[in-house]
Design a protein around this ligand. Structure first.
Ligand SMILES: Cc1cc2nc3c(=O)[nH]c(=O)nc-3n(C[C@H](O)[C@H](O)[C@H](O)COP(=O)(O)OP(=O)(O)OC[C@H]3O[C@@H](n4cnc5c(N)ncnc54)[C@H](O)[C@@H]3O)c2cc1C
Length: 389
């Protein structure tokens, strides 16, 4: 058992940290947040350096490292950028469905474009207005009906990140409405440049945080898709999405650790410099213990994160409850650490110009995406208790 990064991983960490510190100044992050701007220029620079597709095999245009190295990248980007880091990492959401389940032809054609940044953002469209956590009890409302060499898509997907600017969308549809259980009738497809095609309409939501990402709703009206755009086998889509989410949750755990680390460092600095009652506030035990709590929680979440990533890299798989533990704890911990930082900053933390407010808003999203904290706990509990009926 080794709790240290190897030399290569340390070099990657140093390179990403230098990139993030040079390119993601607090003033720039604040400006992107205030103007709700998607960080397209940063995305291009991060792709040029191979950061965003670091875990895609070299033969498809990536760098060929594993999930551990991807987590290092994501942690460092989120440490400086909070939601901006998540917008960069989230620009590859769904990409691994293609890598894991797509044909060689699809992967050779699409992945190099994605790795260069030209084919990003990528989106994954799974959630529907009345089907979020539960996509298994009833058939999906978004259907794909085969007609000759095409599928005709109708329905609505909601809360889809970046679908108004995405070059590619992985879409989960119901292809067999009579399947029992219904999730055995779901199929994944890849949409290529859907914005240019008829029958694809996107609207946007305003959010309380994560302003640098776009959160959208897609309406499909007789949208036509060539049959060869199936990803994986027909009626196996649910399994493609579940195994992708199990993996991606580890990246979200990395975002949680990175955001928490970033806001914690700000709180430590503030505790060392802000004075009250004639002393640095860090001398008050209530403040110093908060700092100790924050540091311990971050380290705990980091251990869970890199344990999950190491298991994945060794076995090319990870038990769902391990990834759920890393995601649930990483996200909850980030929310708690941002809340403690807000407390340490007092009223100053609540002012928009202050970074803490941004971290506070951006961490909250981590608990909602890719399954809520209740959904993660259900997965963890099921692995312990099994079926009790
Ligand atoms: C900013 C943002 C970006 C997103 N990006 C994407 C994206 O790119 N692609 C995509 O497909 N989706 C995306 N989502 C959707 C996200 O994954 C869902 O919001 C999430 O899965 C929860 O679904 P829901 O909102 O419908 O909540 P619901 O499923 O309606 O849940 C409501 C409440 O009930 C609880 N609950 C539900 N079932 C159970 C249960 N069995 N046991 C205990 N509690 C339960 C939930 O935990 C929650 O507290 C995004 C969401 C947000 C907010």
């Amino acid at each position: 058992m080794d709790f240290e990064f190897n030399n290569e991983q340390r070099d990657i960490q140093k390179a990403v940290r230098e990139f993030a510190e040079a390119e993601m100044s607090r003033e720039y992050m604040l400006e992107l947040d205030r103007t709700s701007t998607y960080p397209a220029d940063l995305l291009k620079k991060a792709c040029d350096l191979g950061f965003l597709c670091i875990d895609i095999p070299e033969k498809y245009g990536g760098v060929g490292y594993g999930l551990t190295e991807k987590a290092i990248v994501f942690e460092e980007l989120c440490r400086m950028g909070a939601g901006v880091g998540m917008s960069l990492g989230g620009s590859c959401f769904g990409l691994k469905v293609l890598l894991n389940s797509g044909t060689e032809e699809q992967k050779n054609r699409i992945l190099p474009r994605a790795c260069s940044g030209e084919g990003l953002p990528f989106s994954g469209a799974f959630t529907e207005p009345d089907k979020g956590t539960d996509i298994v009890t009833f058939p999906l409302g978004t259907t794909a009906v085969r007609k000759g060499g095409k599928y005709i898509i109708n329905g609505t997907k909601t809360f889809i990140t970046h679908a108004d600017i995405s070059k590619y969308v992985i879409l989960l549809c119901q292809t067999d409405t009579n399947a029992k259980p219904s999730y055995k009738g779901q199929t994944t497809f890849i949409l290529e440049n859907p914005l240019d095609k008829p029958g694809y309409t996107v609207s946007s939501f305003e959010k309380m945080g994560w302003q640098t990402s776009h959160t959208t709703q897609i309406s499909f009206s007789d949208f036509e898709l060539p049959a060869e755009n199936i990803v994986g086998k027909e009626n196996q889509g649910f399994y493609n999405v579940m195994s992708f989410l199990t993996e991606f949750r580890i990246e979200t755990a990395a975002a949680g650790v990175g955001m928490a680390q970033g806001v914690y460092e700000k709180a430590v600095n503030y505790a060392k410099t802000r004075e009250a009652f004639g002393q640095k506030i860090g001398k008050f035990q209530s403040i110093s213990h908060k700092i100790a709590d924050m540091a311990t929680k971050i380290e705990t979440a980091r251990l869970l994160l890199y344990k999950a990533a190491a298991i994945f890299d060794t076995k090319h798989d990870v038990p769902p409850h391990i990834s759920s533990m890393a995601k649930w704890y990483g996200a909850r911990m980030a929310v708690e650490v941002a809340d403690d930082a807000m407390e340490i900053f007092g009223g100053h933390g609540y002012i928009i110009e202050n970074d803490v407010a941004r971290f506070y808003r951006d961490t909250r999203m981590l608990e909602l995406v890719e399954g809520t904290r209740e959904a993660q706990k259900n997965t963890i509990a099921a692995s312990i208790l099994g079926r009790l009926d």
